[in-house]
Design a protein around this ligand. Structure first.
Ligand SMILES: C[S@@+](CC[C@H](N)C(=O)[O-])C[C@H]1O[C@@H](n2cnc3c(N)ncnc32)[C@H](O)[C@@H]1O
Length: 192
């Protein structure tokens, strides 16, 4: 019998981002957390690219800064200690509408206060804002979790956003979507 090696949902999300990321690109990490996705994006865009990374928790911003400094990537990242719902105001004018990848990894920071968690209302605003800042062919990638309290409601918000993005003419793909199971899934929206 063949051995099935499970791929972590976060690795899958990064692989989906890799498919469209090039050296010199601009990217957003909407949920910095421990900084792993930010470091991945910063590596992918190279020294001529730029990453904007958001988190509301000082602890997350500090972890991300430490990881970027240790990896020699800090010089190509702006760390925004503010909500991703304020993404439009936070981006410099010269980067607006030119983003190749906006990556969301919803939920809470593992190993910290589980009450500080992404919220459906701000997530809905941030998803719309991020889509508006993508260049044509750019990708919004969102990992949604349904297993924790509030997760199902937030996953429904992500699904509703997917519907509106598709209606607006963008290409929408749902990876591992199973609404009635406590299982993470990935939304991929490619901007038209
Ligand atoms: C699952 S973690 C992200 C993991 C991260 N991408 C990594 O590579 O380690 C979710 C993060 O979202 C952050 N968060 C919660 N609400 C937020 C908001 N409104 N804006 C930005 N970040 C938020 C939390 O503080 C937490 O650090």
């Amino acid at each position: 019998m063949a051995t099935v090696i499970p791929i972590r949902v976060t690795e899958r999300a990064q692989a989906l981002a890799s498919e469209v990321l090039n050296i010199g690109d601009l990217a957003i990490d909407a949920t910095a957390g421990k900084g792993r996705d930010t470091a991945f994006l910063a590596k992918s865009v190279g020294a001529t690219g730029w990453v904007h990374s958001f988190d509301i928790q000082p602890e997350a911003i500090n972890s991300t800064r430490n990881l970027l400094e240790a990896s020699g990537l800090i010089d190509r990242v702006t760390l925004h200690e503010r909500s991703h719902a304020e993404l439009t105001e936070a981006l410099p004018e010269s980067h607006r509408g030119k983003i190749s990848v906006a990556l969301f990894n919803l939920g809470y920071l593992p190993g910290s206060d589980q009450k500080i968690i992404t919220q459906p209302e701000s997530t809905a605003i941030a998803l719309q804002s991020a889509l508006a800042e993508l260049k044509s062919g750019g990708r919004l990638i969102c990992v949604a979790y349904t297993g924790h309290p509030g997760g199902k409601e937030e996953s429904d918000v992500v699904d509703k956003f997917a519907e509106s993005a598709e209606k607006a003419g963008n290409t929408v793909e749902k990876v591992g979507y199973a609404p009635y199971q406590p299982k993470p899934w990935i939304l991929v929206v490619s901007r038209r």
